[in-house]
Design a protein around this ligand. Structure first.
Ligand SMILES: [Zn+2]
Ligand SMILES: [Zn+2]
Ligand SMILES: [Zn+2]
Length: 324
């Protein structure tokens, strides 16, 4: 777009003239002037341009842009009527000196999705959108799958180099937090036996730990922190648990590993095949926990008990002192 505006390339050569002016498509592009990014949308068939400047479009800016565009068009299409309409609309404004590029991409996204330009774009929104852009760029890098194919320690696809203490282990481990995914050779993380990988969870740069959910025994219940996890139904009262507030003690939830009848099978069935292993969440409330064996309750390492949590657990009959 910049090259089109400052005429440094013959972007549109004569054979393309007809195609350019007959297209119903629009051109969307960013260009920068004195290190400030703007978005320009061109509608060749209507001979109109729409300028979006993250700082706002003054009359002067609109006139300058129109003149620059018209003179560029005149060079490229000397025989064409050279009057272009301009358009501007209200939108969120950049309040700092560094976010013009992010604003332009956000506006371009709005336009491509057929939405109006957003009227608010807070600092938090800007930061979140920067992360989205970064993730997209990483995901699109290489073949688009590279983040799932390479070990982040040895940069190899497979197998891990023999110089590392890999033993015979060619398993892969994924970080449970990173997005895009981060994969590692188990050997590169220093894990020699496949058995060390049973029921574990891994987060980058932290030791491998037992995954509390995976390593629950049958009919055991974990007291865990709910954070903002979307948890659908309570196994006791059937009300979605996500609806409860996240203030203590309501940020605490019970997770029971149990056998549950498959779809279309009944609790009364005697056949083993009719059941599946399931993890079921429950409110920490007296009315909801009748299925829970209070002698098989363990505390998650992420759950730090405050007085209100202790009180709530005592209310449902859990012996809090025996948990720790
Ligand atoms: Zn590796
Ligand atoms: Zn990670
Ligand atoms: Zn409930």
């Amino acid at each position: 777009m910049r090259q089109l505006m400052d005429q440094s390339v013959d972007y549109l050569m004569p054979p393309q003239v007809k195609r350019f002016f007959s297209t119903k498509k629009r051109l969307i592009g960013t260009y920068s002037i004195c290190s400030h990014w703007r978005l320009l949308i061109v509608y060749p068939k209507d001979q109109s341009i729409w300028l979006v400047d993250p700082l706002g479009e003054t009359v002067d800016i609109m006139n300058q842009t129109k003149q620059a565009w018209q003179s560029c068009m005149k060079v490229n299409f000397p025989n064409k009527t050279n009057v272009w309409k301009t358009k501007q609309v209200n939108h969120a404004k950049q309040l700092d000196a560094i976010s013009c590029g992010v604003f332009c991409l956000k506006f371009a996204e709005c336009i491509l999705n057929g939405r109006e330009l957003c009227s608010t774009f807070s600092e938090d929104d800007v930061n979140a959108f920067r992360r989205t852009i970064a993730i997209k760029l990483i995901e699109l890098g290489g073949s688009g799958k590279w983040c799932k194919e390479y070990c982040r320690i040895c940069d190899r696809k497979s197998p891990p180099p023999l110089t590392l203490p890999t033993g015979k282990n060619d398993q892969w481990v994924v970080c449970d937090q990173c997005s895009p995914e981060m994969w590692y050779h188990a050997g590169c993380l220093g894990i020699k036996e496949t058995s060390q990988l049973k029921d574990v969870s891994y987060v980058c740069n932290k030791p491998i730990v037992k995954d509390e959910k995976l390593s629950l025994a049958m009919d055991e219940t974990l007291i865990r922190k709910r954070a903002n996890k979307q948890i659908r139904k309570c196994g006791g009262c059937s009300v979605p648990i996500s609806e409860a507030s996240l203030d203590p003690p309501h940020d605490m939830v019970l997770l029971k590993k149990m056998l549950r009848p498959k779809r279309n099978c009944s609790w009364q069935s005697k056949k083993e095949d009719d059941f599946v292993v399931a993890s079921v969440h429950y409110h920490v409330q007296p009315g909801c926990i009748k299925d829970i064996d209070l002698g098989k309750v363990i505390l998650s390492r992420d759950m730090h008990l405050l007085a209100s949590h202790r009180e709530r657990l005592s209310d449902i009959g859990v012996n809090v002192d025996s948990l720790i």
